[in-house]
Design a protein around this ligand. Structure first.
Ligand code: CP
Length: 317
């Protein structure tokens, strides 16, 4: 089985592994399709037959709430048959490898693999070895392309156009797959991007990607139309990259007091899960400026779009 949508006008690959190198035309194809499919979610009967006969396995080796549930819901809304795999309780605990796990599941005649894995490159590794379409649901610190697309869709809905928009990505940029997918997607669509982080959480050489680099969160707030606030990965403190969570909250936490100092309040995004009181104050997360729950709703529509464009049965051979 393979999808030949990649041979149509706008898709560069039969898999979705990342947004790096993706053209504006291709990104907009995913976003436009998501916009159309979003309407299905508001119908009394929230289901279409588009993926009838397609079998999808959700292969999750790492914890997830939003990505996992929204892929599952997207698949159900499209009438796909689905199987859910999680590392806990599987034969991985007996030493089975990623490839053997995937090949055994593929032998059950599945069509699409959605994979989340702790290792960067895991999705590409499977894409190069399986017959199925592979969709990256987050691989280590590499990329999280459907999160990038849903963030772009949320910004496009809020601002109308992404070209020229000023977006600051704030927090643990160095270890964030969300930051990377956002950065590639935003740059492709013509946004101005700033990354703002403590020096220990800023990737070396990031300025070569054509982004502004900033170490003071008040400057980022004053500059940006929108802030994408990253989850502070708590293990970074154990690794000695942060003095303390309290100090991080004081110097980089987004608070109402900080936002009030800005000429205009930026729109607030957060991919989740949030550490309330660390990278984001509750009053900000729950404020009128926050589009955090819109991101989650858009996540279902974006994942429907990705599944439809990569795996519609009539284009599979
Ligand atoms: N944004 C995101 O990837 O959240 P989950 O880890 O809950 O899927």
């Amino acid at each position: 089985m393979s999808s030949d949508r990649s041979q149509d006008r706008q898709l560069s690959s039969r898999h979705l592994l990342g947004l790096e190198g993706m053209s504006a035309e291709e990104i907009n194809y995913f976003l436009d399709t998501a916009e159309t499919l979003k309407e299905v979610l508001d119908r009394p009967i929230k289901k279409v037959p588009t993926l009838r006969g397609v079998t999808v396995v959700n292969l999750f080796f790492e914890a997830s709430t939003r990505t996992r549930l929204s892929f599952e819901l997207a698949e159900k809304r499209l009438s796909a048959d689905i199987m859910n795999f999680s590392k806990t309780g599987s034969s991985v605990s007996k030493g089975e490898t990623l490839l053997d796990t995937a090949r055994n599941i593929e032998a059950m005649r599945i069509d699409v693999v959605v994979i989340r894995h702790q290792s960067a490159g895991a999705a590409r590794y499977l894409a190069e070895r399986l017959r199925s379409v592979v969709i990256n649901a987050g691989d280590g610190a590499h990329e999280h392309p459907t999160q990038g697309l849903l963030d772009l869709l949320t910004l496009r809905q809020k601002f109308g156009d992404i070209k020229g928009l000023k977006v600051a990505i704030i927090g643990d940029v160095a270890h964030s797959r969300v930051a990377k997918s956002n950065l590639y997607g935003l740059k492709a669509l013509g946004a101005e991007v700033m990354v703002c982080a403590p020096p220990t959480l800023m990737p070396r050489g990031v300025d070569a990607l054509g982004v502004k680099v900033c170490y003071k969160v008040d400057e980022a707030i004053a500059w940006a139309d929108a802030l994408n606030i990253l989850r502070l990965q708590l293990e970074r403190q154990e690794a000695g990259l942060l003095p303390s969570l309290r100090e991080y909250a004081m110097t980089f936490g987004i608070t109402l007091k900080r936002l009030e100092k800005a000429r205009k309040t930026p729109v607030i995004l957060h991919p989740g899960p949030m550490n309330r009181g660390v990278e984001i104050e509750s009053a900000v997360a729950d404020s009128g400026a926050s589009v955090i729950l819109d991101q989650v709703t858009n996540g279902v529509a974006v994942r429907m779009a990705v599944l439809v464009l990569l795996s519609t049965p009539e284009v599979m051979v």
